[in-house]
Design a protein around this ligand. Structure first.
Ligand SMILES: Cc1cc2nc3c(=O)[nH]c(=O)nc-3n(C[C@H](O)[C@H](O)[C@H](O)COP(=O)(O)OP(=O)(O)OC[C@H]3O[C@@H](n4cnc5c(N)ncnc54)[C@H](O)[C@@H]3O)c2cc1C
Length: 691
């Protein structure tokens, strides 16, 4: 008889136990087991903090799946879709080509993903702490920060390099905080420019206690011990934003630090999100025997599943301990199904909790006993050593740990060149992105928000030169001219930016002629260049107020909900052809003019699906990109004119202020030209010079 085919999606704690136990019970002739995992190894998460703290080598915490699972077909491929009706998975092979494969049973064990998007700026500036790459990159970065601190001459900046902020003080936050503290403090003796006192490791937690999962006595011990080791613990404070400089707290303050590690925020894997099965808080709801509700051949275990524990009637915790037991018991249930027997509900009594807090200390709750300190640390190491999947790994880790006790931690790191990277950055209103006179390091493209270009002449206070918005770029002039920035750039609203490092920028500019041309045009088109060529025009507009030249608001204001058909009609009826689009709070969201209309029509013409949908009934909120450059009533006429010149725009919406984006009118190029001509008329000498 043909063997049944069981496909397992995932290669973590749950999946490995499932595959192992199923292989033990069913012979290859009866059952083919195929395990699909994005990586070719299983990550042993409890040891990630040790990797980040350089006390073990990364390969010791990553066990190759095919060596762990003899008799199981291990495939390093990502599953893109599961078609439950057809009992098929769709996956991408090594070349990126999509293939389909039939199954008799499928096991969903794809865990959870980190989700830094829950706090503005975290995805741009913080390190997640979930997969092996996170731990390796964090370790590299921590050592790099020590090297930066050694080279830094400014004492405040040096302390910034040596400040490490960990967001979240659950198990992983405490473990990684303890490890970073240990690594940096124990390494200060190898550096000349800083001492232990300059190092700051901060744990920020929204609750009143760290480690909410363990007993109060152990929490207190952990807190005291960590504080004694130099870790600063900030309780009852939530991070509300992260920037290049540090994190902003809900209490109003800012914690500065060159390294942010975010250990909070998880999201269910995209594969599970798109699956049409019952879910609760994103996790798949299962029947007591761990089959997905409504299906007889679909199983779910681990962090992606919501399984009620028959031991206490509560949902199982998203931990490795639970995932392992679920994997094992679900495999036994599948065997029962194959043999025609009744399945059993998932039941598990938690064995205990273990958490390392750095400095050869840990807290542990095992079999009803509570221990802390060095003994708990030995227990922690012993338990995890025993839990490691293979003997080769156990020996490797024990050698690493012995080495760590006897010798200093390894400070070697790969100096990856930041100038060859693309990064993303988040700024709050008022944050400087770069300052006049600084060396140019990146080319920046604005993804969201507006920035101000400011310029100071001599000792004078910096003046607003122009405003840039979504899709605009800056930094190219200084990079191409190999000179410091001639202006400062400051965030006017919340700003998200994509930054291209200087080396990568030069390479693209040299290799791609169209990009080079675009940049050359931008440099000559920019108002700064124009003002240099037409100093009289600049002097005539300087100091002029903006409000006398304002056109009133158009009779009809559009909203994000306005349909394209209604917007076109409003455009036809408008004498200026310049319309405002407002959001739900009546703030300026975008603009709509003939240019936008031409672009929409062009898009519809080349996108077949847009033709199919009734485009005329789609709303502006769906069709337009949103965000438009604008000036405020508080800005000078000169700055508003420069903003229009920089955008080759014949008009500019004007809003109340930086914080109140209600539109008040618009500024048109003709009015500015008339004003200049009028002024030249008043001053004939100047008019002659201008000609
Ligand atoms: C830093 C850290 C420390 C931890 N410490 C502990 C601890 O001390 N004790 C404890 O009990 N728990 C701990 N945990 C929690 C524990 O690691 C998780 O609960 C456990 O890993 C969940 O197991 P899982 O099998 O559900 O998923 P995972 O172990 O996360 O494995 C999921 C796998 O699925 C793969 N995958 C996802 N989507 C796809 C796809 N579409 N196609 C193919 N493959 C895919 C992923 O690449 C991954 O390999 C820790 C977690 C972290 C992050």
């Amino acid at each position: 008889m043909k063997p049944i085919r069981v496909v397992i999606v995932g290669g973590g704690f749950g999946a490995v136990q499932f595959a192992k136990n199923l292989r033990k019970k069913l012979r290859p002739a009866d059952c083919e087991i195929l395990l699909f995992n994005r990586e070719n190894h299983m990550v042993f998460h409890p040891l990630l903090a040790d990797v980040a703290g350089a006390s073990i080598n990364p390969d010791a915490a990553a066990a190759p799946l095919r060596q762990m699972l003899p008799g199981v077909g291990c495939r390093t491929e990502r599953v893109h879709r599961i078609d439950l009706a057809a009992s098929e998975i769709e996956f991408a092979d090594g070349n990126g080509d999509l293939s389909r494969l039939q199954f008799d049973h499928v096991v969903l064990a794809c865990g959870a993903e980190s989700n830094l998007g829950i706090i503005p700026g975290m995805s741009e500036h913080a390190f997640p702490f979930k997969v092996m790459r996170d731990a390796i990159e964090l370790r590299q970065h921590v050592v790099h920060q020590m090297e930066n601190a050694e080279a830094e001459t400014d004492a405040e900046r040096r302390r910034w390099h040596l400040s490490f902020v960990i967001v979240g003080a659950g198990f992983s936050g405490v473990e990684v905080g303890g490890e970073i503290n240990e690594l940096v403090r124990s390494s200060t003796r190898f550096y000349r420019n800083f001492k232990k006192e300059d190092v700051k490791v901060m744990l920020v937690h929204s609750q009143g206690q760290i480690l909410p999962e363990v007993a109060p006595t152990l929490r207190d011990f952990a807190k005291k011990k960590m504080e004694k080791a130099g870790v600063t613990i900030v309780l009852n404070a939530r991070a509300v934003a992260a920037t290049h400089e540090g994190i902003e707290l809900n209490t109003g303050g800012m914690i500065k630090g060159g390294t942010i590690v975010c250990t909070i925020g998880t999201a269910i894997s995209p594969l599970i999100q798109q699956l049409d099965v019952p879910k609760e808080k994103g996790r798949i709801r299962t029947t007591p025997d761990m089959r997905v509700e409504g299906h007889t051949n679909v199983w779910a275990v681990g962090d992606c599943a919501l399984i009620i524990n028959a031991f206490d009637g509560k949902p199982s915790a998203p931990t490795g301990q639970f995932a392992e037991r679920e994997g094992r018991q679900a495999a036994l249930n599948l065997v029962r199904v194959v043999r025609g027997g009744p399945t059993q509900p998932f039941r598990f009594k938690v064995l205990g909790q273990l958490c390392s807090i750095g400095g050869y200390s840990a807290v542990a709750e095992m079999f009803g006993m509570r221990i802390s300190g060095f003994l708990a640390w030995l227990l922690w190491r012993g338990v995890y050593l025993f839990k490691l999947p293979t003997w080769s790994r156990r020996i490797k880790v024990s050698l690493d740990w012995t080495w760590d006790v006897l010798f200093p931690r390894d400070l070697g790191f790969l100096n990856t060149d930041a100038s060859e990277r693309i990064t993303h950055a988040y700024y709050r209103p008022g944050d400087f992105i770069h300052r006049q006179g600084e060396v140019a390091r990146v080319f920046s493209v604005i993804d969201e928000g507006e920035v101000e270009i400011l310029q100071a002449q001599g000792d004078q206070e910096a003046k607003l030169v122009a405003v840039l918005g979504k899709g605009d770029f800056f930094g190219e002039g200084a990079l191409l001219g190999n000179r410091p920035h001639e202006t400062s750039i400051r965030a006017r609203s919340v700003v998200r930016i994509t930054q291209v490092g200087s080396a990568m920028f030069s390479e693209i500019a040299e290799s791609f002629a169209p990009f080079r041309e675009l940049l050359a045009n931008a440099v000559t088109q920019r108002s700064g260049d124009l003002w240099r060529r037409l100093p009289l025009a600049k002097s005539l507009l300087d100091g002029e107020p903006l409000s006398p030249l304002l056109d009133p608001l158009p009779g009809k204001l559009l909203s994000k909900q306005t349909t394209l058909a209604d917007a076109i009609q409003a455009l036809n009826e408008s004498p200026t052809g310049q319309l405002f689009v407002l959001d739900e709070k009546q703030q300026l969201w975008g603009t709509f003019d003939r240019n936008d209309l031409y672009q929409i029509v062009a898009r519809i013409a080349v996108t077949p699906e847009s033709k199919e949908a009734d485009s005329a009934l789609r709303t502006l909120g769906e069709i337009l990109p949103g965000g438009c450059v604008h000036a405020t009533l508080e800005d000078s006429l000169l700055a508003a004119t420069a903003t229009m010149l920089d955008h080759r725009s014949s008009w500019l919406p004007i809003v109340q202020s930086n914080t109140d984006l209600r539109p008040v009118g618009s500024l048109r190029a003709e009015k500015i030209s008339s004003r200049v001509i009028q002024k030249i008329g008043i001053a004939p000498g100047q008019a002659k010079a201008a000609s």
